[in-house]
Design a protein around this ligand. Sequence first.
Ligand code: FAD
Ligand code: SF4
Length: 510
Amino acid sequence: MKTLRLILGDQLNYKHSWYKTQQDNYVYCMFEMRQETDYVTHHIQKIIGFFAAMRDFSNVLKSEGHHLEYFKLNDKRNTQNLIENLKIIIQEHNIEKFEYQLPGEYRLDQQLLIFTKDLKIPTQAFSTEHFYTNRYELKNFFKNKKQFLMETFYRQMRKTHNILIIDNQPEGGKWNFDKSNRNKWKDAHHIPPFKKFNNDVTDIVELLKNENIKSIGSFKSNTFEYPINRVQALEQLKYFCENLLIHFGDYQDAMHTKQVNLFHSRLSFALNLKLISPKNVVDTVLNYWYKYGKDISISQVEGFIRQIIGWREYMRGMYWALMPEYSNLNALNNTHSLPGFYWTGNTKMNCLKHAITNSLENGYAHHIQRLMVTGNFALLAQIHPDAVDKWYLGIYVDAIEWVQLPNTRGMSQFADGGKIATKPYVSSASYINKMSNYCESCYYNKNEKLGDDACPFNSLYWNFLDDKRKALSNNHRMGMMFSLLDKMDKTQLVKIKERAKTIMESPDNF
Ligand code: FAD
Ligand code: SF4
């Protein structure tokens, strides 16, 4: 039976069983489309990276003898719409069956469900064979439970997959070494430069220019630095094991004016496009550690494994358990617009300036910059979660909705009322100062709440607690913060709220 197989841009899993089957009857298809470049304004490096990786993948398939139809963005036959492109190929090749891998995003899932419902030929959907868990495993795991705690799921994942387990107990005697992951980086350890790949993307840059694709961020060289194929992804992973794992956990939450990624792996782009699997990553890290890692403490390894089999699988499971309603939640009723400086980095607030500039220049920021700087400010300034989502979905090379949305709307903005985070991740300057050197060279004074040079995070923080008290009063993890608020002098609180109001009304003046 002549069968068409669709490969989406984030389904570049070379190890998929599809490519092992007898190939004569299969036509594969891949499309660069405006439908995908335009549904949100993406970072220029994100579009370049997706197209570069797709083209590389298509070359590998073709070189191995697979029959592939690849539509470049400016191909004449390209309708720029997934369904219309599929119809063209189905007709041209007299296709008798249509097969696809389950999309990562709800949007595309719906599009294909509607299409296949009316299609006159048989259809089959396949797993992407990438994740440890299937789409609804987490939903079933938490069935009839009140709380969907990541830690509960993570421990189960460790046991099920026998990862860092000895005699049914956690290796090292603890499930979680999070408390040892909170050091400030003070130049104590040399940080190796991050690994860059010199992928020539001149053609793609030209194409995006000619087709007037709207984008954000900058792209200064003509080479794309992140891995675009499996070989490069494995190289990046090896580099991480040999150079960065040793301090990954220690400095996981640290931030520094001179450091873009500290000991982070920068593997998210490769993982999310499925160039490598999470199992690949976990097995490689564990093998390396058991074989060569006598100087690497378990807290570094556990801290990293938790991100992959814990947070990453958990976020995907939550996405599929809670969509589509999840994308409209706004539990704290936030309504403000995103400040203009999120698109330029033009602000006197040093922490935001660094986190945003890093994002604009590299399509990258590490987790704590996303959570405790840009995310923290957006929540304190009471920005509408739709605007926050849109920014996060566009700005990062690794942003795909299944992972971006629960991280942003849930973990960072608490717009789901606490389904993912057990309390809002908000802080005044004290946390940012504890984890970084940003405050040392900032225009603002980290210790002041009032006055022209007082750090804006401070007044916004107390104002947030006061404004959102009703919505958060039942949260037992907020008790200490509210009791501190209660102890505050009432006249001072009025003044703090006035300053917070001024900041929220015109954040671009700060
Ligand atoms: P490392 O710190 O080296 O971690 C290793 C890997 O663990 C990452 O590559 C990633 O695959 C996984 N991981 C770590 N934390 C998380 C997490 N919270 N959720 C899911 N996976 C995780 N990650 C994305 O991949 N895409 C996004 O669009 C995205 N948006 C985010 C938005 C916000 C507001 C926040 C707070 C976090 C977001 N994250 C997102 C999670 C995390 O920040 C990135 O995965 C990480 O910064 C990628 O850099 P890295 O590869 O160097 O990660
Ligand atoms: Fe950020 Fe405030 Fe510190 Fe400045 S003083 S870097 S604005 S936290």
